[in-house]
Design a protein around this ligand. Structure first.
Ligand code: CP3
Length: 344
């Protein structure tokens, strides 16, 4: 189906666009009262994510209520470990928790390369319903966690400041780490291809825990697996968002991804010198700017737009929008991007 607002897809191809497209990481869920109302009608996050009609509804909410230039399918990166045999729970106010984790070779026997049509059918169904609901208004973004970030949860069993269990395995049993990363990568490739078949127009890989690795481990345990995914998923454009991996930006220049997501610690000037016009850049306003007074919010957003001017750019935050952000501030951010004309 022809997409009516295809700014995002055109800027990814390097085409000239009338204005910079804008969306927000974690725009589905988290901030909208309309999301919370849907969420309150079910037992919790997991049930919502597994009910395709409702997942589609909250996916489309930000398009209707915020005016973003793309929808991102409502799901979570943790559906992949679950499909592989490690179910998760979302503990209120504490985040994800896995009753079973991977700590030894014996634990690997209990997990599998998942078949998306069997184990993740509810996400694929949600994508199909969302596509009908969007009716070609904006592109739909599919996603998955990067293998390293998924590995971190499967070994650690929950979120963590240090992910020390996961990082210990890289030193104590690197062969086991590679075996697990390989199973995750195989699942992720199948899963992203299934999302494409179900209708997503592009995909994003979230390496949220990239920044906790030293560069030598990032190059050994994360980058090669992201590269495998980028090489395999050729049907749609791929965005890689590796939070905190500024030490690896040069490597992404040579990766077969179309767009590189930037967090707010990254210096736009330096990033532009590295990528020139080779890749589209996505980001990177500090999410905390959305707590600032309106004038500061507008000024900081315009400052970011000026710094990216002349680049292939998708405006976004440098990480997911924080849960207690006011939707009004989000609307002001979006409006400021849309009205930006290039003048300082
Ligand atoms: O972008 C979107 O809005 C689409 C949906 C989406 C969710 N999670 C829904 C969600 C996406 C893209 C994610 C990705 C995700 N999940 C990441 C990578 C991006 C990032 O922010 O770094 C990570 C690390 C996770 C793991 C995860 N899921 C955590 C740590 C938590 C708990 C705290 C939190 O972030 O909200 C979740 C739960 C989760 N995933 C919620 C939502 C809307 C909140 C659940 C609720 O309603 O209680």
């Amino acid at each position: 189906m022809q997409i009516k607002n295809d700014l995002l897809l055109r800027v990814i191809k390097g085409e000239a666009v009338e204005r910079t497209p804008v969306w927000l990481m974690r725009q589905a869920g988290r901030i909208l009262p309309e999301y919370r109302a849907v969420r309150a009608s079910v037992s919790g996050f997991v049930e919502l994510a597994q009910t395709p009609e409702l997942a589609a509804e909250v996916t489309i909410q930000p398009v209707d209520l915020l005016g973003v230039d793309a929808a991102i399918i409502f799901s979570d990166i943790l559906v992949v470990p679950e499909a592989m045999g490690l179910p998760y729970e979302m503990v209120e106010k504490r985040g994800p928790w896995f009753p079973k984790t991977i700590g030894s070779a014996a634990d690997l026997k209990n997990i599998r390369v998942a078949d998306p049509k069997t184990h993740l059918h509810y996400v694929l169904e949600a994508i199909q319903i969302t596509k009908k609901g969007l009716n070609g208004r904006v592109p739909l973004i599919g996603f998955a966690g990067a293998p390293w970030t998924i590995f971190a949860y499967m070994v650690e069993g929950s979120g963590s400041k240090t992910f020390s269990r996961a990082r210990a395995m890289l030193y104590q049993n690197p062969a086991l780490a590679h075996q697990l990363l390989d199973l995750i990568t195989k699942t992720t490739i199948k899963y992203l291809k299934a999302q494409v078949e179900a209708g997503v127009n592009l995909v994003q890989i979230f390496d949220s825990w990239a920044g906790i690795l030293p560069p030598y481990h990032y190059k050994e345990f994360s980058l090669p697996y992201i590269e495998k995914i980028c090489e395999a998923v050729t049907e749609v454009p791929v965005t890689v968002f590796a939070k905190g991996a500024y030490f690896s930006l040069k490597d992404f220049l040579h990766t077969q991804c179309d767009t590189v997501g930037l967090d707010w610690n990254m210096d736009i000037g330096e990033v532009r010198r590295i990528f020139k016009e080779e890749k589209t850049l996505q980001g990177n306003l500090d999410p905390a700017v959305l707590y600032a007074p309106d004038e500061t919010l507008v000024a900081k957003t315009r400052e970011m737009m000026v710094q990216f001017s002349g680049s292939r750019h998708i405006a976004n935050l440098g990480h997911g929008v924080y849960p207690d952000t006011s939707p009004e501030k989000v609307r002001l951010f979006i409006q400021t991007v849309k009205e930006f004309t290039g003048q300082k």
